[in-house]
Ligand binder design. Structure first.
Ligand code: HEC
Ligand code: HEC
Length: 234
């Protein structure tokens, strides 16, 4: 044990400096988000309440990012962004009625800016500090478990009609919502439950219908989404 008073004072000072520096880093990361991301993402809330504002939204709202995303996924994705919504942020702007089915006008879709490793780390930390809507999350509500894949598919594809808007594997499923085969890698389990329970509580104008899912079905759907994400490693 080294309890020399001068050493302890030094350690204390080092501790204070480290905390101070972490706060400075977070503050400058917040400035960076404001400068480079705010033109497309809402970092302060609230979510749009009119259809016009909804259609004009350029990217997903990030003001509750800390309650929504898995931090490691953020840091990785920001360095190498891949498309998550097959038809872009607002489906209606990027889809044409085809002869057989709707077709995506890929030429009108933009590529997401990619960040350096250091910027991605700073941005992920800053995003995780944005914690609006905490009252909608019940920490630990999701209880890890499993569901036979065929049961999960029946629930998602047939009984609840979720596949009409979501892809369950690349190229298979609806185009208007985000892809589902990466959802559990991207999103916190307790967020998934909360959002599926009541999409409009998070986003009053969300196009996703509230299907009045039971607590049991919500748990099963997250089991299924986790299994889907393990199958697909995009
Ligand atoms: C030119 C507009 C634009 C800029 C600038 C921009 N984004 Fe995005 N961002 C988008 C769009 C559009 C999407 C949806 C992509 C998709 O679904 O394929 C998106 C998606 C995301 C996602 C995934 C969210 C989700 O729920 O799918 C994150 C995280 C993100 N952006 C963070 C950032 C950060 C951090 C910055 C600043 C460094 C930034 N973005 C700058 C338009 C932008
Ligand atoms: C009418 C189309 C539609 C149907 C049907 C639908 N969704 Fe969605 N869903 C969406 C849209 C659009 C979003 C994006 C919401 C947003 O960004 O506000 C979404 C978002 C989600 C998300 C969050 C994904 C993310 O990346 O942020 C999950 C999870 C989800 N839906 C699951 C389901 C489940 C489970 C069902 C069936 C019970 C379902 N959806 C039915 C359109 C739909």
């Amino acid at each position: 044990m080294n309890n020399h008073p001068r050493t302890s004072a030094c350690l204390l000072l080092a501790g204070i400096l480290a905390v101070g520096m972490a706060q400075t880093a977070l503050a400058s990361a917040a400035d960076f988000l404001k400068k480079d991301c705010a033109q497309c993402h809402n970092l302060t809330g609230p979510a749009p309440t009119t259809l016009k504002a909804m259609w004009e939204r350029k990217g997903p709202d990030l003001f509750y990012a800390g309650n929504k995303y898995k931090r490691d996924w953020l840091e990785t994705w920001l360095q190498k962004p891949t498309r998550i919504r097959p038809a872009g942020m607002y489906y209606g702007n990027h889809v044409e009625r085809g002869v057989k089915s709707d077709e995506i006008k890929t030429a009108t879709l933009t590529v997401h800016p990619a960040l350096s490793a250091a910027d991605a780390k700073a941005a992920a930390d800053a995003l995780m500090s944005l914690r609006a809507n905490s009252e909608l999350i019940k920490p630990g509500e999701y209880k890890p478990g499993s569901i036979p894949m065929t049961m999960g598919e029946m629930l998602f594809d047939k009984f609840r009609g979720c596949m009409a808007c979501h892809e369950v594997e690349p190229g298979y499923g609806g185009l208007s919502g985000p892809e589902m085969y990466t959802a559990a890698r991207r999103l916190q389990e307790d967020y998934l439950i909360s959002f599926m329970r009541n999409p409009q509580a998070w986003d009053p104008r969300s196009f996703m219908p509230n299907k009045n899912l039971s607590d049991v079905d919500l748990q099963k759907l997250v089991h299924y989404l986790r299994a889907l994400s393990e199958e697909n490693t995009k």
